[in-house]
Every structure is written in structure tokens, then in C-alpha cells.
Design a protein around this ligand. Structure first.
Ligand code: AMP
Length: 502
């Protein structure tokens, strides 16, 4: 199918041509004609599928006729994050460049005055995050009674981020007679319930998660001790010809910690996460896009939908908890026909998360050893991901361990011996994964796993230590056999005080 078969105007077709798109993606093929018919859409698709263009292209043509009134937007697109909202607004500008539509972007952290000025002029398209939109509504600066097209994008992210009550409030302020386009990467029951409430006789469109970006990404996974992760990352960053890299952490706090650690080791790294001021987020992203900073340490939320041309590497400093996030993260590289490399650092506790990812992608991620660091096995588990334990471990202060003597470096790449055999759940692998390659042959480099050091499963560290020890203890979990002498000293019972007596 061609774009010209979809009923788009010559102006939009010209903009598509300028963008260099040759053929519509599956979601575009399916959604565009339905949207033109004025029907509601329930789209199960995630970023990377061409979803944004699937709703922006027809909307541009539908809004081309008619004029907006001051403070009464004609269409509304709700996005969970500021970055996504900004990207959608940029798409509107790109695809609508041969039209004269007014667009406003309402996101937190930006000046109210500028946003209000735009609203006063009348906007055809309003792209907003729920919080800022409600804020303006409550100040009486905006009216949604003329909004005839509503797009709720990334609904499952909205749920994760606790925005659903805000979204429900916003929808209740819109006219009942409207067209609603609802997109979500997954359809858990809460999202289905919302879709049922917001949509009228929708056309359901489902496209499989994007496997094409991943097809251009050469993937690697190292299973190492939690305490070796930073060293492993530094080693990989030095060993690879990294031109531009994204490093993902699961938690915002870890983003900052890791960025500071990398900067201390003289890596050109910036941080990006949802707690940063918007001006700083925008500035950091712009610098990263322009190549002024080489490494961006980010959380999923901040990096969602990020489209950076020429990104060579993605590192998962943490294994993502949601398997789909893995595809999304590594899909930031290997775009537009270019090859990309991804490295995932897993710890013994991450076995179930890795299994879920390998099921989703339909193949095992080739294992590597990181030179100089011992590889470990996944801890035996009941197969269920342990989110709480995963997080709790990191909350604990990190005890320093005596440094291990590095193992002799392995010489050459060999296929992984230890990769589990996952059952393809969504789609079978289209082609066997090429053997991991290492870009920088002359420098220290990650090596294919040759031998692993079996180690006992970690002892659960959740039991609180007794407050008062009267007997010297044999060993302390965090210190293993290397417990400092002062910890073996008996601690005398505190003397009763006056208060105790009272
Ligand atoms: P999205 O899923 O909307 O985040 O889009 C992912 C990427 O695909 C963006 O970089 C778009 O510019 C690009 N894209 C969208 N539609 C097409 C298409 N028909 N052909 C090629 N690239 C596309």
C-alpha cells in the first residue's frame, strides 16, 4: 500500500515525502482510513510503530477546514510526559508544514505566559500533559467544549504514572459528541475499562510490538554481581567505539548516582529523568541530540519515544521490569537502517525478568563475559519476577567487598553456552541473532562467556539484625568471610536511664 491510497491531501503527501517515508507502517495503513471515517479508534501499539503519524496525518487534513476560537482548542492530544508531548508537537509541525494550522504545546515547567498567548490566538491542535492542562483549566484559561477530536496516547504509561484520575476529569469536560483515538502499548483491565468508558463503538487496531528496530540491534547480556555493574559499564564504554549512547536505569535516583559516577571517571555523561526542571530536561536533550554530550543516563519515562539519529549504543544498566521496555529501550538505536549495539547488565536476581524479555523477543540474548569481572549465574527462582526484592537490595547501603582477583581474560568470541531456551510467545525470531561482535578489536573488550563461576544463591538480607549482640557472631551477611574485627566485639547492653525507669 502507498500513502497516496490512504486519502491524504497532496500537502500532507508532500510533507511525508519530505520526511523520507516511502510506505505507510501497518498502524498507519489501518488507522488512517478509519480516522477519516470519523470513527473512534482503540489502538494497541507502542512507540516505534509509526503510531504518531497514524493519528497526526489524518488530523491535519480534518482540521484544515475551519477556524479555532480563542482559548477553545479544536483538538486535544494528551501525552504522559513532556518529552513525548514535545515530540508529537514536532511531528505536527513536520507533517503540517504545508498547512496553516495553529498548534500549542502545554507542558509543565514552561512559561505560562507564552502558552496563554498561543491559546488566546486560537489553536487547532493542543498537545498537553494532563497536569498542566488541568492547571490552566482551573484558572479559567481554557475551555474544552469545542474540542471535537481527542487523542489519548500511551494510556498505559498514564496509568503507571498515576494520571488516570486527571485524564478522567479532562474527558468529562469534553463534549460527548467527539471522535476519540485511544492508544496504549498494552491493554491491562484498567486500561480496557477506560477505553470502554471513553470510546463509542471503536475500531480495534492492534499491531505487534516493534521487532524491526531490534532486528538492527546486536544484543548482548552479561550476568554479573550487583556491585560490579558500574565497573562493567565503564569497561564496556571504554572498549566500544561509543559515538552516542543511552544508558537506562530503572529508577530516577540511580540515574543521578550513575551520571555522577561516570563524570567522576571522566566520561562525558549527562542525566535525564522526570524530576528535573523542564528547562534543564530540554537543554540536556538538545545537547545530546546535537552531539555536544556523548552519553545520556536516563530513566524510561524521560527517554520514552526519544528519536536520536546516530545513536550507536544502548546500555541497560538495570534489566527493565516490563519486558516491552526492553524492546523500546534498545529500539532507540539501530534506527533508519543503521546498525546499533545494546548491552544489558543483569544481576543474579534478574533471571525472571530476563526470561520474560527473551520470551517476548522470541530468542535468547547472547551472553558475554566482561573481561576482568567474574560472571555469575541467575539465582534459582520460582520463575516469578521479584520486583520488591530487586528494589530493596539497592536501598541498602553498599558494603565494600575485598576486590576480587580478575580472571584471566578470555581470548575470542564463542556462542553463549548458558542462554536459556525461551519459548517464542509473541513472534518467532525472524532470523538467528548474529554472533556478538566487538567493535574495538585492539582494546580491552567484553568477551563471550567461556566459563562461569557457580556461586551460592544470595542469602536473603531482609531479616533485621539484632540491635544488641552479646555473643560474637560468626559471620555477617554483607561482609561474608571478611567481617571486620570491630563487628565481632560484643556490644554491652545499654544502661537503664531515668526515662526508662519512669
Ligand atoms: P513513532 O512510533 O510515532 O514514535 O515513530 C517512530 C519513528 O518512525 C519516528 O522516527 C518516525 O519519524 C518514523 N516513521 C513514522 N512513520 C514512518 C514511515 N511510514 N516510514 C518510515 N519511518 C516512519
Amino acid at each position: 500500500m502507498e500513502f497516496s491510497d490512504l486519502g491524504l491531501s497532496p500537502e500532507v503527501l508532500r510533507a511525508i515525502d519530505d520526511a523520507g517515508y516511502k510506505t505507510p507502517t501497518p498502524i498507519q495503513e489501518q488507522a488512517i482510513p478509519i480516522i477519516f471515517m470519523g470513527r473512534d479508534v482503540l489502538g494497541c501499539a507502542q512507540t516505534g510503530t509509526g503510531k504518531t503519524a497514524s493519528f497526526t496525518l489524518p488530523m491535519i487534513d480534518m482540521l484544515a477546514a475551519g477556524r479555532a476560537r480563542a482559548r477553545m482548542p479544536r483538538s486535544l492530544i494528551l501525552e504522559p510526559t513532556r518529552e513525548l508531548a514535545t515530540q508529537v508537537a514536532e511531528s505536527f509541525e513536520r507533517y503540517g508544514k504545508h498547512h496553516k494550522l495553529n498548534m500549542a504545546l502545554l507542558i509543565g515547567g514552561e512559561s505560562f505566559a507564552d502558552q496563554l498567548k498561543k491559546l488566546d490566538r486560537g489553536v487547532d491542535v493542543l498537545v498537553a500533559t494532563p497536569g498542566r492542562l488541568l492547571d490552566l483549566f482551573e484558572r479559567g484559561k481554557i475551555l474544552l467544549s469545542d474540542t471535537k477530536i481527542l487523542v489519548i496516547d500511551e494510556a498505559d504509561r498514564m496509568l503507571d504514572m498515576g494520571f488516570i484520575p486527571d485524564v478522567e476529569r479532562i474527558v468529562s469536560m469534553l463534549p460527548k459528541l467527539r471522535q476519540t483515538l485511544f492508544f496504549s502499548a498494552t491493554m491491562p483491565p484498567e486500561i480496557k475499562r477506560l477505553a470502554d468508558a471513553f470510546l463509542m463503538n471503536p475500531k480495534e487496531i492492534s499491531v505487534s510490538p516493534p521487532t524491526s528496530p531490534a532486528a538492527m540491534v546486536i544484543q548482548h547480556l552479561a550476568v554479573i554481581d550487583e556491585l560490579d555493574k558500574r565497573e562493567a559499564l565503564r569497561h564496556l564504554l571504554r572498549a566500544e567505539s561509543v559515538r552516542s549512547a543511552l544508558i537506562f536505569c530503572n529508577r530516577k535516583r540511580d540515574v543521578d548516582i550513575l551520571q555522577r559516577s561516570l563524570a567522576k571517571h571522566k566520561f562525558d555523561a549527562a542525566a535525564l529523568h522526570g524530576d528535573m526542571a523542564q528547562a534543564k530536561r530540554t537543554e540536556t536533550l538538545d545537547r545530546f541530540r546535537a552531539g555536544a554530550v556523548k552519553i545520556l543516563v536516563a530513566s524510561d519515562v524521560a527517554a520514552r519515544g526519544l528519536d536520536v539519529i546516530g545513536l550507536t549504543h544502548v546500555f541497560n544498566f538495570d534489566v527493565p521490569i516490563h519486558a516491552e521496555d526492553y524492546i523500546h529501550r534498545i529500539g532507540r538505536t539501530g534506527r533508519a537502517g543503521r546498525e546499533g549495539l545494546s548491552y544489558t547488565l543483569a544481576t543474579p536476581d534478574d533471571g525472571a525478568f530476563v526470561t520474560a524479555i527473551e520470551r517476548l523477543i522470541g530468542k535468547a540474548i547472547p551472553r558475554i563475559d566482561v573481561e576482568g569481572l567474574p560472571s555469575v549465574e541467575f539465582a534459582a527462582s520460582d520463575g516469578r519476577p521479584r520486583r520488591g526484592r530487586h528494589t530493596a537490595r539497592r536501598e541498602e547501603p553498599r558494603a565494600r567487598r575485598p576486590r576480587r582477583i580478575p580472571e584471566a581474560p578470555a581470548a575470542s568470541a564463542r556462542p553463549a553456552q548458558h542462554a536459556p531456551e525461551p519459548q517464542p510467545a509473541i513472534a518467532p525470531a525472524p532470523a538467528p541473532q548474529p554472533a556478538p561482535r566487538h567493535v574495538n578489536a585492539g582494546r580491552p573488550r567484553p568477551v563471550e562467556r567461556q566459563a562461569t563461576t557457580p556461586r551460592p544463591a544470595p542469602t536473603p538480607a531482609s531479616k533485621p539484625a539484632p540491635m544488641v549482640e552479646t555473643e560474637p557472631v560468626g559471620s555477617v551477611v554483607a561482609f561474608g568471610e571478611h567481617m571486620p574485627a570491630f563487628l565481632r566485639r560484643p556490644v554491652p547492653k545499654p544502661r537503664p536511664t531515668e526515662n526508662d525507669a519512669a
